[in-house]
Design a protein around this ligand. Structure first.
Ligand SMILES: [Mg+2]
Ligand SMILES: [Zn+2]
Length: 175
């Protein structure tokens, strides 16, 4: 049975954006991130994080360090009864021209191989135009979070927080 998923950007969406974050202790969640993710879970959505981590390709952190960061992220979410179905990351620098760096669709394609995703009812949430363009490239609905340095990108919806995004999804897609 296919089910709907919400694909979520990490930096500026779930956690505060610290460029090339390489210290698990520096993780800080965005306002109302927990409530937003809990709401989406209650609505029945799968939750998958998709994040560009070119800091790896640029040599600012390695896969091992990213694993530590994501382990702590998952632990902090679990304390709030929030569980992500999966995390996908692109480790490549832009000049690698890979197929997974957002807005390329490789990470969403991988997610659709690993999970029974109902794309017609799924959403992409992120703060950057690359997130909106990823959602558009993949043909799913998009919500752009107005984080610091917000550049509007013609998303289906815009929201100030993940909670507001979750409420938009609740009112726009009865499950
Ligand atoms: Mg972001
Ligand atoms: Zn990549």
């Amino acid at each position: 049975m296919k089910r709907p998923f919400v694909f979520l950007d990490r930096d500026g969406t779930i956690i505060v954006d610290i460029p090339y974050l390489n210290d698990p202790d520096k993780i800080r969640f965005t306002d109302d991130a927990f409530a937003g993710l809990q709401t989406l879970r209650r609505l029945g959505y799968g939750l998958i994080m998709v994040t560009n981590q070119s800091g790896i390709g640029r040599g600012y952190l390695d896969e091992q360090r990213l694993t530590l960061i994501h382990d702590r992220l998952k632990r902090l979410l679990a304390e709030q009864d929030i569980f992500l179905d999966a995390i996908y990351h692109c480790p490549h620098a832009p000049d690698a021209h890979c197929h997974c760096r957002k807005p390329a669709t490789g990470m969403l394609e991988a997610a659709c191989r690993d999970f029974a995703v109902d794309t017609a009812r799924s959403f992409m949430i992120g703060d950057s135009p690359v997130d909106v363009n990823l959602g558009k490239n993949f043909g799913i609905k998009t919500i752009q979070i107005r984080s610091e340095g917000f550049t509007p990108a013609g998303a289906d919806y815009e929201a100030d927080t993940l909670l507001e995004a979750a409420r938009l999804i609740a009112s726009n897609s009865p499950l």
